[in-house]
Design a protein around this ligand. Structure first.
Ligand SMILES: [Zn+2]
Length: 95
């Protein structure tokens, strides 16, 4: 009976340990401190309409990373919200 209790408490301890890791991971992943990073450049050609204007591009979001993009695409004030909408539809978390 004593052995049974030791085994049970070991299992419970493992479950609790696993849950703690699970929640810590979740907390880090969904942390509100991770806000999307944007790059704004003056006088850049818009990738959609070709207009030379102030351009925006999303560099990093929670599940999106374009920090090492060798051909960054900037979009003007008009086209940027459309692209952002497209990214959201693809599942990129930008809030
Ligand atoms: Zn544009």
């Amino acid at each position: 009976m004593k052995d049974f209790n030791v085994t049970t408490s070991t299992i419970i301890a493992n479950i609790i340990g696993g849950l703690i890791f699970f929640w810590v991971d979740r907390f880090i992943f969904t942390s509100p401190h991770f806000s999307p990073q944007w790059e704004i450049r003056e006088e850049v050609k818009c990738a959609d309409c070709g207009e030379t204007a102030k351009g925006f591009r999303l560099v990093r979001a929670r599940n999106y990373d374009r920090t090492r993009d060798r051909n960054p695409e900037f979009r003007c004030e008009k086209c940027s919200p459309l692209k952002l909408q497209e990214l959201k539809e693809r599942g990129v978390i930008v809030e």
